[in-house]
Design a protein around this ligand. Structure first.
Ligand SMILES: NC(=O)C1=CN([C@@H]2O[C@H](COP(=O)(O)OP(=O)(O)OC[C@H]3O[C@@H](n4cnc5c(N)ncnc54)[C@H](O)[C@@H]3O)[C@@H](O)[C@H]2O)C=CC1
Ligand SMILES: CC(C)CC(=O)C(=O)O
Ligand SMILES: [Mg+2]
Length: 359
């Protein structure tokens, strides 16, 4: 059966890592004797340059008709001077909202071969395995009003949630915890924010239906510290949009590089959106230095959650594990003085291994 996958490369290294991921998806399709329809769409700065909009209608239609969407990253200094609604990032927020993918799953796990790539002590990071469930379509990034006032002398951003928006993402986090180690950490700022107090109430309400899941509430400032001091104790962390954004970049340090963190954004129906956690990395764009593994691992999540091909997901994850165990490192993972390979080289190794595993 054919699949329709929308490919949104975006900007900077987003373009480089999705180009490699497309090869990987084609290998998976070929292993089933199928040709999948991989159609590219414009988003972010690339879309602005060509159409004047960071999220053209055509891209929206392409994604809405797809079985899954794979996105690279958007943004860069070229577009930093633009007003908020014209920035590349507005395209990213727009596609997440339009697809209503309210739960952004960001698995954080350490790879045995990468313990020394983290600046943290190996014994601290060994065996870490938790997942951040970040609310993705509400909260501070979407609330209105969001504007400069009084001729620019004042400014407002709004943190808005409905109980229903909180409940659905919290429920998804409880379901995940139930199928894992049964431990949920909810992160908020309930000592200061009214939205966080309601968040906490909803977590307690939903908890009543999950007696097998233990619940811990952490204030976000303390959570930032605990994630680094006792990462092994976390199982599922659920939190507001911006808190999840920040905490997941922090958690990347545990794994050795943000170039290793994939994500899956899911809603009730419609296509899932799959993207690496990292951004467009203008500092290394165009140099073949990007680590494509976060995007490959996002493809694995796509195979598992949207395309219902778990064997392919396993094959990709095992191939990534394989290159890491062989000591293959892109520059972000290499220690000082250690040799590193370029984007295309590590990609070719993983692709070859996946082909062999699925043959
Ligand atoms: N999902 C998205 O599209 C995101 C977009 N952005 C945008 O990206 C631009 C740059 O943002 P930054 O704050 O610099 O975050 P970033 O994630 O792009 O880069 C942070 C640091 O990590 C490194 N890095 C990131 N991904 C890497 C990879 N795959 N391999 C090797 N090194 C990697 C970069 O070289 C940089 O030093 C901004 O315009 C921002 O708005 C930022 C985060 C997410
Ligand atoms: C535009 C930002 C919200 C992108 C980002 O940092 C993220 O989703 O992790
Ligand atoms: Mg981020």
């Amino acid at each position: 059966m054919t699949k329709n996958i929308a490919i949104l490369p975006g900007d900077g290294i987003g373009r480089e890592v999705t180009a490699e991921a497309v090869k990987l998806v084609q290998i998976v399709a070929a292993s089933r004797g199928e040709t999948w329809n991989l159609e590219e769409g414009l988003i972010g700065g690339a879309a602005l340059d060509q159409t004047g909009s960071p999220l053209p209608d055509e891209t929206l239609r392409l994604c809405q008709a797809a079985d899954a969407v794979l996105l690279g990253a958007v943004g860069g200094p070229k577009w930093d001077h633009l007003p908020g609604d014209k920035r590349p990032e507005a395209g990213l927020l727009g596609i997440r909202k339009a697809l209503e993918v309210y739960a952004n799953l960001r698995p954080i796990q350490t790879w045995p071969g990468l313990l020394l790539a983290s600046p943290l002590k190996p014994e601290l990071v060994e065996g870490v395995d938790f997942i951040i469930v970040r609310e993705l379509t509400g909260g501070l990034y979407f609330g209105q009003p969001k504007a400069r006032l009084d001729g620019g002398e004042a400014v407002v951003d709004t943190l808005h949630y409905t109980r229903a928006e909180i409940r659905r993402v919290v429920k998804m986090a409880f379901e995940l915890a139930k199928g894992r180690r049964g431990r949920l950490t909810s992160v908020d700022k309930a000592n200061v924010l009214e939205s966080s107090r309601v968040w906490r109430e909803v977590v307690e309400e939903v908890a009543a239906s999950y007696p097998g899941v233990s619940v811990e509430h952490l204030l976000v400032d303390n959570a930032a510290m605990q994630i680094i001091t006792r990462p092994k104790t976390f199982d599922v962390i659920v939190t507001e949009n911006m808190f999840g954004d920040i905490l997941s970049d922090e958690a990347a340090v545990i794994t050795g590089s943000i170039g290793m963190l994939p994500s899956a954004s899911l809603g009730e129906a419609g296509p899932g959106l799959y993207e690496p956690v990292h951004g467009s990395a203008p500092d290394i764009a165009g140099q073949g230095l990007a680590n494509p593994l976060a995007t490959f691992l996002s493809v694995a999540l796509m195979m598992r959650h949207s395309l219902h091909f778990p064997e392919a997901a396993d094959a990709i994850e095992q191939a990534v594990h394989g290159v890491i165990e062989q000591g293959i490192r892109t520059r972000d993972l290499a220690r000082s003085g250690e040799a590193f390979v370029r984007t295309a080289e590590v990609s070719a190794m993983v692709c070859e291994d996946v082909k062999r595993r699925l043959a």
